[in-house]
Design a protein around this ligand. Sequence first.
Ligand SMILES: [Fe+2]
Length: 339
Amino acid sequence: MKNPTKILVIDDDRNLLLVLAETLRREGWYQVMTAENGKRGIQLAEKSLPHLIICDLMMPPPNGLDVLKILSQNPMTASIPFIFLTARAGEKDKLNGMDLGADDYITKPFSKDELLTRVHVLLRRKEITERTERHNSEEEINILRIELHAIMEKYAANHDDLAEAMAQALFLRDGVTEKHARRAIELCQQLAHALGLDETLINDIRLGALLHDIGKIGIPDAILLKEGGLTNEERKVMMSHPTLGKIILQPLGLSPVVLDMAYYHHERWDGGGYPEGLAGENIPLTARILAVVDVWDTLTSNRPYREAWDKEKAIAYLKEHSGGQFDPYIVEKILGIIQ
Ligand SMILES: [Fe+2]
């Protein structure tokens, strides 16, 4: 049976239009309408009232913003979910679109799965809103919430692919980081099990450990790969990697755990770390776990600037800095694993 859900795609790039329409048709048997310019898109939207509109931002006038503006002024089309398709990911464009009521953005080039996830999520969200307005039935809304969650879960595997691809980009530049990240994943997972954390969280921790130093992509080779100590200036640049990591990861819609681990893994239990100088339990637990693992692995492996420490010396370091640099409870747990 044909899905009654209608999607309108507006793009002046005919090839992209065909690919998009075909992807949507095949996946969900949606009814897909296409328009090769903004004017035709507006006409189609007003005539057939689609359930969702995907519209290119950069087109000859009327461009994507004009289309959204016109449709949002018409009460018949104002509440149709609207996704911008854009080669520009500039914050100003996004804010402009948000002000006008765009619901989401897809930046070109995009993957089929990314597109489908966003389409599913927006359609479901619209359905939930409509049902809330119609019935206000708590039970029904909850069922829809669960369905929405299931859709997100279905596409969660893609986050793994995305994370792995991003991590590879860093590892191509810095091979040492790869081995470090892989060992950190293993030890973070063991620690998470020892702390009794649940499987969903442990999976997020795995991604967080894989991507925690992703911000190093933005550090120049002369500093990132330097053999020997860094100057104060160079150290300052290096210390920007958690912030760069957050900037890189934020738009991807990954679990907040991944972001926390990238951003806070150089915080210290006593508040003397960076970038925020958070202390104690104000530092997310997952970042506190990684902070200990990160240092342990760094000390016990060879680095361009020094030989690996032996196990006893590294254990002594963890004990000495328990309650200072590190969360004492995490140190206690890691000692149970590595000793
Ligand atoms: Fe780091």
